[in-house]
Write a protein that binds this ligand. Sequence first.
Ligand SMILES: [Mn+2]
Length: 408
Amino acid sequence: MKVLHTADWLLGQNFTGNLDRIAEHRFALDWLVNLTKKQKIDILLVAGDIFDTPNPANNARELYYRFLMNAHQAGCRHIVITGGNHDSPSMLNAPKIILNSINTHVIGAATGNIEDEIIILKNDKEQTEAIIAAVPFLRDRDLKSGMVGESGEERIKRVKLGIRNHYEAAGDIVSSLKQKNVPIITMGHLYAKGATASDKQDNIYIGDMENIAADDFPGIFDYVALGHLHTAQKIGRKNHIRYSGSLIPMSFGEWKDEKSVTIIEWKGNEIKDISLEKIPVFRKLVTINGDEIQVEKQLELMAENMASVDRGLEAWVEIFIDSEKTRPDAYRYFNEMVKNWPIKVLRVSYARQYEALDALFSTFELDSLKPEEVFKKRCEAVGLDEKEIRKSMKSFKELLNWMQDKDE
Ligand SMILES: [Mn+2]
């Protein structure tokens, strides 16, 4: 039996606020359907952050439903979808009943009853072939709401304990269902201890408080399919606890990442093999550093290389210029230079000009930044040291997390 693990699709993402990723996502999902067919995947797990926003655009929803139908028709017998911190639980859950009819199980959020997350997958002879504890992203409110007067540290402790308890309870339920030769798998959307996030990954709120360690997952689980971090990796040197990584690079911080999906081959309830299937690059994201002349040379070189391979979609570039002199029209200047090449320059910054926010970012660029990035720049601008910045960032992220919880 073969299980394919993927996560963090973030369909409907707007890059730097005004560019959509629909074409890339369509290519990636079509590729995934073909892979599912070629590899004869039995079970597909998507561990959260299906969509980028709680209310995604209709073309993003269309991609999602089209993929589920195509994967089903390609012979994938079971699909399990869990909600991530970006997803709206009610939006994911709304079509649950109809998706059930194509063997797709959706767990948008915790319900208060952990049994709701336990999915028993059966073959057409009604024999159990896998048991899945489909744990979605656990929101603050799922882990008992914050106590009045609770400090930040107390809250973190409570969140960590809540998550551990949740997995323990799920482990207890599946233990009672255990059958010979049937794999038991759990899913999760969280930041596991020891994991690496690309520095620009913006979707971590509860995030870097390191929710849970590899040893905290009950031993009953033969595989742990995680989402939330966009870089494929295993956790705590355990081969069976993994992040699949995202489908496409979600920010310039991920431009060097090799994206993949994880395929787990089983013999009974034992893992026979785990392999990463590399996802083709449908659009290049590139960060270029250097003085003006070096940047121009790199752009020329890029254009030459791209001309020799048919990549379809134009590359997106961000530029950091290391120079004393600034050019107020830098953004226009570089876009003029690349206008006949399959390249678009999205952002130009001067590396040495960190004194003031408004000197560094044009209005366009400010729009393209995430709140955390702006806050961090501000901390740097007022001269906080690294330790102080880390501390302030932590509080800021808690605040964002609280606001996000409130929004829903
Ligand atoms: Mn996430």
